[in-house]
Write a protein that binds this ligand. Structure first.
Ligand code: PGA
Length: 252
């Protein structure tokens, strides 16, 4: 199955709404002829409203709450995000898990809320360095997938992002063998849970840059990227997207 790859930029807590809107215009202008890659911008909540994007460009929120409305000071619901025109929501990013203490149970509630709101979760999973060193990578991925997807009947609207925590924002990229073996574990775990899982995207994230994108996108099982740092710069983000399109065109 030849999936259209996804290049998603997670801006984290960067860019004001006006900076974000002009960044998106500049990026789109550099990528006018892109046809074989889906490009997702994930600004902070304040920059999500009324963005001028249409396929192959999409927008995503970086988080959400699982309830529709209610007394949840500081939270944002799925319907609020959808009303902004976004199609995706990043759930369970390692910073949500490890800086803000989100549990697999919360992440699961969020995944289900996003699906119930007819939006698409980008579920992030990944091991810490000490877990990798203890040989627990596959166990961690299995547990995060099983718990994150508990009660989810079908995978069709879900994107998975494998992001080894030790490679996020550190400049250290997992090597090709590590990425290939983690992606193959993810595929095997998903296949046990959902027979149709071949049709879903599994992205790689962790220090993806224009210099390593070509190697990483060719690793079997990698269907695109979730990018932090390099997604904040128009030239790098556009160049990574172009690389992914070029490699994809070779396979068509
Ligand atoms: P990075 O971040 O590309 O800066 O390593 C990736 C992410 O947090 O999704």
């Amino acid at each position: 199955m030849n999936l259209t790859p996804i290049v998603a930029g997670n801006w984290k807590m960067h860019k004001t709404p006006s900076e974000g809107a002009s960044f998106i215009e500049l990026t789109k202008n550099l990528l006018l002829d892109i046809e074989h890659v889906s490009v997702i911008f994930a600004p902070p909540f304040t920059g999500l409203f009324d963005l001028n994007v249409k396929p192959p460009f999409y927008s995503a929120a970086q988080n959400c709450h699982w309830e529709q409305t209610g007394a949840f000071t500081g939270e944002i619901s799925v319907s609020m995000i959808r009303d902004c025109g976004a199609e995706f929501v990043i759930i369970g990013h390692s910073e949500r898990r490890h800086v803000f203490g989100e549990s697999d149970e919360w992440i699961n509630r969020k995944v289900k809320a996003v699906l119930a709101g007819n939006m698409k979760p980008i579920l992030c999973i990944g091991e810490l360095l000490n877990q990798r060193e203890a040989g627990q990578t596959e166990l961690v991925l299995k547990s995060q997938l099983e718990q994150g997807l508990a009660g989810v009947e079908a995978l069709e609207n879900i994107v998975i992002a494998y992001e080894p925590v030790w490679a996020i924002g550190t400049g250290v990229t997992a090597n090709a063998n590590q990425v290939e073996s983690a992606h193959s574990s993810v595929r095997n775990i998903l296949k046990e849970l959902y027979p149709e899982s071949d049709t879903i995207h599994v992205l790689y994230g962790g220090s993806v840059k224009s210099g390593n994108a070509e190697e990483l996108i060719q690793i079997p099982g990698v269907n695109g990227f979730l990018i932090g740092g390099a997604s904040l710069d128009v030239e790098s983000f556009a160049s990574i997207t172009r690389t992914v399109e070029t490699v994809q065109l070779r396979t068509l």
